[in-house]
Ligand binder design. Structure first.
Ligand SMILES: NC(=O)c1ccc[n+]([C@@H]2O[C@H](COP(=O)([O-])OP(=O)(O)OC[C@H]3O[C@@H](n4cnc5c(N)ncnc54)[C@H](OP(=O)(O)O)[C@@H]3O)[C@@H](O)[C@H]2O)c1
Length: 347
């Protein structure tokens, strides 16, 4: 007993690398890469992980650069998603070495997240990386992939079917949009992809399964409150006028999923599509998804979406490059997913 306690204490003293965001007395934040992090500084949780990959999402970029409104706990390791291997677990459901993925669930917002070589996490939202899916590909899907497929499941829950009409995906050239295109096409939907890169990237979107690629400008213009009914369903990653026009073009009884705000957080529209056409607006919050939805999402990703849907818009950066990657993302210099290689090679 005494020996194992000593071993445990020694392990807990082992240091590892982690990004660390602190808040000073004056509420300014500092972000630094530490090489002296210890397990004792990780939050409570049933499962201790060796992190293989994390990602830089928009939220991570904001958190790492000191923008207000994301972090709810200091000091903290940022990183809202991770893929790793179980190092130890007090929950017998997880055995040492199991490959797992975790997105949202407060990671990198209210509890330390994925941008560290180790993470301690609750077991309840944890999902096994599907058999046959590489860890790098799982990280490539990450939060964007989970959100995209959660939107597809919401559309199905609403009862919309491919025979009802086409589905519109906005911001289709981004990480979330591309995965949504692939996931919808795999289920038989006729997908119209709206993208600012329609002129240059149409082949990519068609290869993912889009039936048609259209420019983003017409949807960004001021439009009438009720327009020609076109879409049985919408996956929107853009917000603002794009979302309002998409709602105004949705068929009676159709569903619009609001997933993102790449263009705007505003909703400058009218209630007319809701009260005259019974259009449904569904918000997609990937952070708080129930475990059964998380499991279905990862099952869908493994069955329906080729890793190329994410890897074509994926770049892999070492842990030391995470802060620069965050700034680049905020400057608009990144397309698609930035995966952070934390613990090394793909497996
Ligand atoms: N609800 C959730 O839980 C959740 C989870 C993850 C992400 N999100 C949000 O979902 C959105 C998309 O995420 P992502 O990972 O796919 O980001 P991303 O890879 O950066 O893609 C965003 C895409 O939106 C389009 N876009 C960017 N700026 C625009 C503008 N000013 N006007 C119109 N379109 C614009 C671009 O597509 P085109 O080049 O094709 O036009 C861009 O590729 C983000 O706002 C993100 O914060 C939400």
């Amino acid at each position: 007993m005494a020996r194992s306690r000593t071993v445990r204490q020694a392990e807990a003293m082992t240091t590892f690398s982690a990004w660390w965001v602190e808040q000073g007395q004056d509420r300014t934040t500092t972000t630094r890469l530490r090489d002296d992090m210890t397990e004792a500084e990780l939050p409570e949780g049933e499962v201790l992980l060796d992190v293989d990959y994390s990602g830089i999402n928009y939220k991570d970029a904001l958190a790492m650069t000191g923008a207000p409104g994301i972090l709810r706990h200091w000091p903290i390791v940022p990183g809202i998603d991770l893929v790793g291997r179980v190092r130890s677990s007090t929950d017998p459901a997880w055995t040492v070495g199991s490959r797992v993925v975790l997105t949202g669930a407060g990671l990198g917002e209210s509890r330390s997240g994925g941008l560290a070589e180790r993470a301690r996490v609750p077991s309840s939202p944890l999902v096994a990386v599907p058999d046959g899916m590489g860890s790098l590909d799982a990280a490539g899907f990450g939060t964007a992939g989970v959100t995209a497929v959660a939107a597809v499941l919401a559309i199905e829950r609403h009862g919309a079917r491919p025979s009802d009409g086409p589905v519109l995906v906005t911001g289709a050239g981004g990480g979330l949009g591309g995965i949504a295109v692939a996931a919808l096409a795999a289920r038989g939907w006729t997908v119209v992809a709206s993208s600012g890169r329609a002129a240059t990237d149409a082949d990519y979107l068609l290869s993912l399964g889009a039936a048609e690629v259209v420019g983003r400008e017409p949807l960004a213009e001021h439009g009438k409150p009720l327009q020609r009914e076109r879409w049985a369903a919408v996956v929107d990653g853009v917000g603002g006028r794009t979302l309002v026009n998409a709602i105004a073009q949705t068929r009676a009884g159709g569903i619009v999923t609001s997933c993102g705000m790449a263009g705007s957080t505003e909703l400058p529209g009218t209630v007319l599509p809701f009260i005259l056409r019974g259009v449904h607006l569904a918000g997609i919050d990937s952070v708080s998804l129930a475990l059964d939805v998380r499991r279905r999402v990862w099952d869908r990703l493994s069955r329906d979406v080729a890793p190329e849907a994410a890897s074509a818009v994926r770049r892999v950066v070492p842990l030391s490059g995470a802060e620069d990657a965050a700034r680049l993302l905020l400057d608009g210099g990144v397309r698609g997913r930035t995966v952070i290689a934390v613990g090394g090679a793909d497996r």
